[in-house]
Structures are given as structure tokens and as C-alpha cells.
Ligand binder design. Structure first.
Ligand code: ADE
Length: 251
């Protein structure tokens, strides 16, 4: 997978892209990153990429030209290569007005071959970027960041960990909170007793079937307590609905 990021602050990415699962995925060749400072495409000697808004008012607006040029530099076939890329990249604008990010969208983006993130600062983007360049506008939550960089790193992290081979234990992405539609069940590790607090007996029993039943029930209980809205979503199985009904009656 190819992931490109347009940013005025490429130095913000070095820790995140080089560390842990994302860093390892890069070393394994599962993902490759390019950071593009779109100031290089400003077309003027001052490197100016923003300008005053037409119609007046405060704040500056990111110009269309440098962003279009930077994206085009990443998708145009290089010299000698005449073939169009097999699949068009997803060009993702990071902004608070975008579609709210969630695990379903992470799974969808993880299937793509090429993602391009546009991270802006300042007051806003020239509307023609939205209308004629991007395929998606994404927000990571209902709050305003100083720029799209941190938001794009959140998305990159959640997409890279879904690449086959990125996680050590292939199972761990499957039982994640949200990919099952439920929050995760509680986990315990050694010692069996810590400061007088003990691990539930069933987890020490070695009875795998009962353990799986307990885990599913605890996942449903936790979801019911913390995020009951998730149990109303499409795709929740009849088995889970039945467990939820029984737990609710016990409340
Ligand atoms: N840029 C500023 N705030 C943002 C948010 N919440 N999500 C995505 N990009 C942003």
C-alpha cells in the first residue's frame, strides 16, 4: 500500500511513521510513505500557499494551485511509464466538516492501494479543492485541531494495522473492539491474585468453550453499559441480541 501525505509540517510524522507496528509494517514492505511539503509547489519565491478570502473577513485560505500540483505529482505516471495506475487513489481531505471516522471506514480504506491525505492549517481550503480534487473528506471527531496532521496520523495508524501481516497475532485485529461490533471483554494476565484482587475462576479453568462463552457475555455486558448504541447497529447477530436481552433483564 502506498500512503502519501501533503503537509506543511512533515517533521511531525517521523515518530509515528517510524515506530511500533507502523514502523515495522514499513520495514516489512507492507506500506510505503511519501511526505510532500506542498510549499514546494507554491509557484512563488516566498513559498506562499495561502491567501486572503474573496469577499473579505478574517483568516487565510489555502490556495488550490499548490495542492492540485502536489497531488498531480504523486499520481502522474513517471518518465517512461505510460500506463495509467490500475486504481485511482483515494484523495482524502482532513477537516472537521468531513464524514466522521470509524472502524468501518478504516476497513474500507485498508483495501485501497493508494491513499493521499491533504492536511491543512489556517482558516480553510479553497472550495475548488473539495469540488474537483478530493474523493473523501474525513473528520476524526467533533472537535477542532490546529491542523489535519494529527488526524491523518490517527487514520494511517488504524489502516496500517489492518494490513495482512502488520500485527504479530493475526487474531488480534479480528477480536478488536468495533470490528466485532462489540467492545472488548476484560483481559487479565499473571499473577492470578494482585493486592487481593483475583482473576475470575473461569479464566483459570482451562475449559475453552466456557471461556469463550464468558468472553462473549462480558463483551456484550460492557457494550450494554458503555455503548448501548452499538447494539442497535446493523449486522448484530441474533445470538448477541439474545444475550443483551437477558443481561438487561438482570439489571
Ligand atoms: N482538522 C482540524 N480538526 C480536524 C478534525 N477533527 N478531524 C480531521 N481534520 C481536522
Amino acid at each position: 500500500m502506498q500512503i502519501d501525505v501533503l503537509t506543511l509540517f512533515p517533521e511531525m510524522f517521523s515518530g509515528v511513521l517510524g515506530t511500533s507496528i507502523v514502523g515495522k509494517a514499513q520495514q516489512k514492505g507492507l506500506v510505503s510513505f511519501r511526505l510532500v511539503n506542498f510549499r514546494e509547489f507554491s509557484g512563488n519565491k516566498h513559498g506562499q500557499v495561502d491567501d486572503m478570502p474573496y469577499g473579505g473577513g478574517g483568516g487565510m485560505v489555502l490556495k488550490a494551485e499548490p495542492i492540485f500540483q502536489a497531488v498531480e505529482s504523486l499520481v502522474e505516471p513517471s518518465a517512461g511509464e505510460t500506463k495509467e495506475p490500475a486504481k485511482r487513489p483515494r484523495v482524502i481531505l482532513m477537516c472537521p466538516q468531513g464524514q466522521r471516522y470509524n472502524q468501518k471506514l478504516a476497513e474500507e480504506l485498508a483495501e485501497e492501494e493508494h491513499l493521499i491525505f491533504i492536511c491543512g492549517h489556517y482558516e480553510g481550503y479553497d472550495e475548488r479543492i473539495r469540488e474537483h480534487l478530493v474523493t473523501d473528506e474525513i473528520s476524526i471527531g467533533d472537535y477542532v485541531l490546529t491542523g489535519g496532521e494529527l488526524a491523518s496520523m490517527v487514520i494511517i495508524d488504524s489502516v496500517v494495522r489492518l494490513q495482512p501481516g502488520a500485527l504479530g497475532n493475526a487474531q488480534s485485529a479480528i477480536s478488536d473492539s468495533y470490528s466485532t461490533g462489540l467492545l472488548e471483554h476484560p483481559h487479565y494476565t499473571r499473577p492470578a491474585e494482585f493486592r487481593g484482587w483475583t482473576v475470575p475462576d473461569i479464566l483459570l479453568s482451562g475449559h475453552h468453550e466456557n471461556i469463550e462463552k464468558w468472553r462473549l457475555e462480558e463483551a456484550v455486558r460492557r457494550t450494554l453499559e458503555r455503548r448501548p448504541d452499538l447494539l442497535e447497529a446493523d449486522g448484530i447477530s441474533e445470538e448477541i441480541k439474545k444475550i443483551a436481552k437477558r443481561l438487561k433483564e438482570q439489571l
